[in-house]
Design a protein around this ligand. Structure first.
Ligand SMILES: *Cc1c(COP(=O)(O)O)cnc(C)c1O
Length: 404
């Protein structure tokens, strides 16, 4: 099997939704992946923020093999051992009370929006009129299914699929006055990424998050935190909202939760969870025994191996190295990071494109998001020596851009 033959077969047989890098990956170990030609890459993207424990982690492998030999699927008509165990773990680390499991991030958002609308409907007994408006943020990204798409604050994702779900209003990033202007008693939920991911690694200010919490609390609306990219240890805490000292009512999770297997989760306060009764929501695959067992193993490993502390130490080291590099290059506009969620904004999309391409050619994987932002979402097991390795590749590429 060669890259060319796979490219040809895909071009002829797939619905063309992806622009892939011209690399055919075959295996990985730790922070590295290898392509079909035996070339090694330092993976500073972990899929897209998925392989938090890196590739082929022995704990993940062991949990998969063990469960594969016992029971893969039960449907949600039956009990199995791991769903409650995983829910118990997630509620403990989040400060929330209940969980529902999905197969992806976008489904976790869909379910969260359904909770918000159903909760508002059930509590709308004071004759104050409909309460179904959802406030989301400009520049946000919440997924590709209709509900999640409708609250995604980037027109390029929504426009081809109009009309989207009605009742959504967008607020300017970190603009408290705009939030206050658009928030009223008709709002059933405010949805935030505490650190916008796809939108270019843009943290929400503590002031904005706290104001969103106050307004929703006062009016009985729900605050929904999309922690699909920022959650589960990447920023140095289990959840990015914990840096801002707020407690949302609902949290959406996915990407790194099951070490690379598809799993998502909605966490809710016991109050918000009253929105759902048996039969109102469900899924065939979500929370199956394989993904749940692996997620328990992943979360235990993040804790046991001190990977959140590692994310802070190595993340800060990475940031310092990048800041030092940025002092030599005026085209670096800003570096934004929390732990191992790192973005470097350049002054042009072309420069960002060049960096990604050249780095890949030299065996370092990162990506470009929001046109001009270089994004790093490395595995939580990244070490300083890997950062040094990455800088040896990135620094000369930055220097070569000066000549352009
Ligand atoms: C990736 C992502 C999603 C969508 O998750 P999928 O698993 O791709 O459906 C939603 N929100 C954020 C913040 C994400 O990073």
């Amino acid at each position: 099997m060669s890259l060319a033959s796979v490219q040809k077969a895909e071009a002829a047989n797939l619905i063309p939704t992806y622009e892939r890098y011209p690399v055919l990956l075959t295996h990985g170990r730790g922070v590295y992946v290898w392509d079909v030609n035996g070339k090694r890459y330092l993976d500073l993207l972990s899929g897209i923020g998925v392989n938090g424990l890196g590739h082929a982690h022995p704990v993940v492998k062991k949990a998969i093999v063990k469960q594969a030999g016992k029971l893969l699927h039960t449907s949600n008509l039956f009990f199995h051992e791991y769903q409650a165990e995983l829910a118990k773990k997630l509620t403990k680390i989040s400060g929330l009370d209940r969980a529902f499991f999905t197969n992806s991030g976008t489904e976790a958002i869909e379910g969260s929006l359904k909770i918000a609308r159903a909760y508002a409907q059930a509590h709308n007994t004071n004759g104050s009129g409909p309460k179904w408006k959802i406030v989301a943020l400009e520049n946000s990204f919440h997924g590709r299914t209709y509900g999640a798409l409708s609250i995604t604050g980037q027109k390029k994702y929504r426009d081809p699929f109009e009309p989207v779900v009605p009742g959504v209003e967008f607020v300017k990033l970190n603009d408290v006055a705009d939030l206050e202007r658009k928030f009223d008693h008709t709002v059933c939920a405010v949805v935030v990424e505490p650190i916008q991911g796809e939108g270019g690694i843009r943290p929400l200010t503590q002031e904005f998050l706290q104001r969103a919490r106050e307004l929703t609390k006062k009016s009985g609306a729900l605050l929904i935190a999309d922690e699909i990219q920022s959650g589960l240890g990447r920023t140095g805490k289990w959840f990015a909202y914990q840096h801002a000292g707020i407690q949302p009512d609902v949290v959406a999770l996915a990407k790194p939760i099951a070490g690379g297997l598809p799993l998502g989760a909605i966490l809710a306060s016991s109050e918000a969870a009253t929105a759902f009764h048996p039969g109102m929501h469900g899924t065939t695959f979500g929370g199956g025994p394989l993904t749940s067992a692996v997620a328990v193993a992943v979360l235990n490993t993040i804790e046991k191996d001190g990977l959140m502390k590692n994310a802070v130490i190595v993340g800060n080291y990475f940031r310092n190295r990048l800041e030092e590099l940025a002092t030599r290059h005026k085209f670096v506009k800003e570096i934004r990071s929390k732990g191992l969620m790192i973005g470097i904004e350049l002054d042009s999309a072309d420069k960002a494109k060049t960096v990604v391409k050249e780095a890949l050619a030299k065996g370092v994987i990162l990506n470009r998001t929001n046109d001009t932002v270089l994004r790093f979402l490395p595995p939580f097991i990244l070490q300083k020596k890997h950062v040094d390795e990455a800088m040896k590749v990135i620094a000369p590429i930055f220097s070569s851009l000066e000549a352009q």
